[in-house]
Design a protein around this ligand. Structure first.
Ligand code: ADP
Ligand code: MG
Length: 262
């Protein structure tokens, strides 16, 4: 049975998309069938996996607009594209998706459109990751409503916990009103700089807040991770020996081990 996981933090630039691309690709490499759903109009996960946006016939925009009218499995299947990684597929997004968010504002089931769209393909995959936009708008609410769990990404910086209260508030609101079983999958600490005490302190602080939910594997700040998307490649195909690659591979292994323990 497919598990749907939202990669979420309403702050931008905290490593959500980098985690979406690289965690998905290593889990796919381990033999699981994975779909990465890009619901950010910026489409960074789409381009970061080498998908040519202008060449796409369908994208998340069409998925949202068509499924707003009622279940439309055909448009979902037609939108999904293969990536350079075996077992990894993408439901791509383009900037026009921002318009869809406005178009669905007055739809009766506006928070449940993505859930409806993924229903028919959920079980074709082992894992479906949703790369959320950096906002608390309707697209993010759709992602959280469609998901079994949330994977939170936090950057090792001074204001790391700023906004986390609001983030938890949103999760709790979704639980109360739209998706009562929404669980926290785990917390990924990203852009760790081992040379600074600050990074170390931030990890301790976040661990205290999210008791037992923070992954042991911490993602270091690594230039190769920042370069890879401009080549349209996940880190495993761009520089598999980099510290960033090793960390995401380890994170994927830890993720799967914890899943087996469930
Ligand atoms: P978000 O999706 O939360 O906005 P991104 O994953 O796009 O965040 O990361 C923001 C920027 O930081 C991007 O330019 C990305 O390439 C870079 N980046 C992300 N993680 C790392 C890392 N571990 N080391 C170095 N650069 C990173
Ligand atoms: Mg992003």
């Amino acid at each position: 049975m497919g598990k749907i996981i939202s990669i979420f933090n309403q702050k931008g630039g905290v490593g959500k998309t980098t985690t979406a691309i690289n965690l998905s690709s290593y889990i796919a490499m381990m033999g699981y069938k994975v779909l990465l759903v890009d619901i950010d109009p910026q489409g960074n996960a789409t381009s970061g996996l080498g998908i040519e946006k202008d060449a796409l016939e369908y994208s998340m925009y069409d998925v949202i607009i068509e499924n707003a009218k009622g279940e439309d499995l055909e448009v979902v299947k037609n939108s999904i594209v293969k990536t350079v990684v075996d077992n990894l597929y993408v439901l791509p997004s383009k900037v026009e998706l921002a318009g869809a968010e406005i178009e669905i504002t007055f739809n009766e089931d506006r928070e449940k459109i993505l859930k409806r769209a993924l229903k028919g393909i959920k079980d074709d995959y082992d894992y479906i990751f949703i790369d959320c936009p950096p906002s608390l708008g309707l697209l993010t609410i759709n992602a959280l409503t469609a998901s079994n769990t949330v994977l939170i990404t936090i950057q090792c910086e001074y204001y790391a916990l700023e906004g986390v209260g609001q983030l938890m508030n949103t999760i709790n609101l979704v639980r109360k009103n739209l998706n009562k079983d929404l669980d926290i999958q785990g917390v990924v600490m990203s852009m760790f700089d081992g040379r600074t005490n600050l990074s170390i302190e931030v990890v301790e602080e976040v661990k205290k807040y999210f008791k037992g939910k923070v992954y042991t594997t911490i993602i270091p700040r690594n230039i190769k991770l920042a370069e890879a998307p401009s080549h349209g490649l996940p880190i495993m195909l761009y520089d598999k020996n980099s510290t960033g690659a090793k960390a995401y591979k380890e994170l994927a292994q830890e993720f799967i081990e914890l899943e087996r323990d469930e």
